[in-house]
Design a protein around this ligand. Structure first.
Ligand code: AHG
Ligand code: MN
Ligand code: MN
Length: 344
């Protein structure tokens, strides 16, 4: 690439530092946390791409809190993130999908005022079939920023609108790092020849309406009648060619949400007769994804309530998730209320 073009490249560190300069209240602590996060993602990216060679595929004998068999890459990613995020000393408490209880930070400094929640490996069922997987992160300030004590569970189960940053990494055909601090969503693509994340899309905005839906239709017969009617509606041939929608479902929420942010449409993981509270977890999956979807101009609810307004009562609490283009999510909610003309 000619020199001139390379001078236009902006790394994630430059971008984060620039953002810090624009926001005087942004402290160096916040910047160092985001840089530690990007470092952890680089390590996981390297090993995800070598998983088959490194023999970190396949199942461990462990099962996690949810009774799901844990694949080696989940525990490996969990360990990488925990050690990388402890190092800064700015994090007073963490929560992970792979840890039953809260994770305290033994090396926290007295003024540690950040709380970090994460799903170390999202889409585990896709690990050993070489399909895109990801990682999800949420960052909060602790409830009492002047406290010098270890963090508590209350710091971890805050409402999602209190997140100071949300992010995901996507290990697909390339490694993408998306993050927002509430001023829009930026995407970075990892360039292994530079060993850097390069800014590739700034202030991403999703279409207000899409042409695709994303749901596991295998569970159709376990859904409510209203949910079935919405999916039937999307598949009906409309004279104005606005339907049928196409179906895209990867089974990794990060990948399905990333596509939805770029192309529009709706990602749905509803409750059903066997999972009355839904499958996705509020604290370290839905909240971060919801902040990113909203910051890209979309909508994210549990079918009635804004995800970011829900007060979690437990670390691993589940929720239904309807996320994507505003018009699509609003139309789906109309079906869930039984108020759409198609249902008459
Ligand atoms: P995780 O691998 O972290 O447990 O998350 C998997 C989640 C989510 O990524 C995805 O949307 C959903 O599980 C897929 O569930 P189904 O296989 O039931 O469709
Ligand atoms: Mn997950
Ligand atoms: Mn996971």
């Amino acid at each position: 690439m000619p020199f001139l073009q390379t001078t236009k490249l902006k790394t994630i560190s430059q971008h984060i530092n620039e953002a810090q300069n624009m926001h005087p209240e942004a402290t160096g602590e916040f910047t160092s946390i985001l840089n530690d996060l990007a470092f952890a993602v680089r390590i996981i990216s390297r090993d995800v791409r070598r998983a088959g060679l490194n023999d970190i595929l396949g199942l461990t004998k462990d099962t996690n809190y949810h009774g799901e068999q844990v694949r080696k890459l989940d525990t490996y990613a969990n360990d990488v993130i925990k050690s990388s995020m402890k190092r800064s000393g700015h994090i007073c408490i963490m929560a992970s999908e792979e840890d039953d209880d809260i994770i305290l930070n033994p090396v926290q400094n007295k003024k540690a005022k950040y709380v970090f929640v994460f799903d170390p490996l999202d889409g585990s069922s896709n690990i050993d079939v070489n399909v895109t997987i990801g990682t999800i992160f949420g960052l909060y300030k602790r409830i009492d920023p002047n406290s010098e004590d270890p963090g508590t569970i209350d710091d971890v189960i805050q409402e999602g609108y209190k997140q100071v940053a949300a992010s995901y990494a996507l290990f697909g055909s390339s490694t993408i790092f998306a993050y927002t601090t509430g001023q829009g969503v930026d995407f970075f693509t990892y360039d292994p020849t530079l060993g850097e994340f390069i800014l590739t899309k700034e202030n991403v905005r999703m279409p207000t309406k899409g042409k695709s839906y994303s749901a596991n239709e295998g569970y159709y017969n376990k859904w409510s009648k209203e949910m079935q009617q919405y999916i039937d509606y999307l598949k009906t041939i409309a004279s104005d060619k606005s339907r049928p929608y196409s179906l895209r479902y990867i089974g990794t929420a990060v990948a399905d949400v990333h596509r939805t942010i770029l192309n529009g449409g709706i990602f749905i993981y509803p409750s059903d007769s066997s999972m009355p509270k839904g499958k996705l977890r509020i604290v370290y999956e839905a909240n971060a994804l919801a902040m990113l979807i909203e910051q890209a101009g979309g909508r994210a609810t549990d079918g009635t309530r804004r995800i970011l307004d829900i007060k979690p009562e437990a670390i691993h609490q589940r929720t239904p998730l309807f996320a994507g283009s505003v018009e699509d999510v609003l139309e789906c909610e109309q079906f869930l209320r039984g108020e759409h003309p198609f249902q008459k």
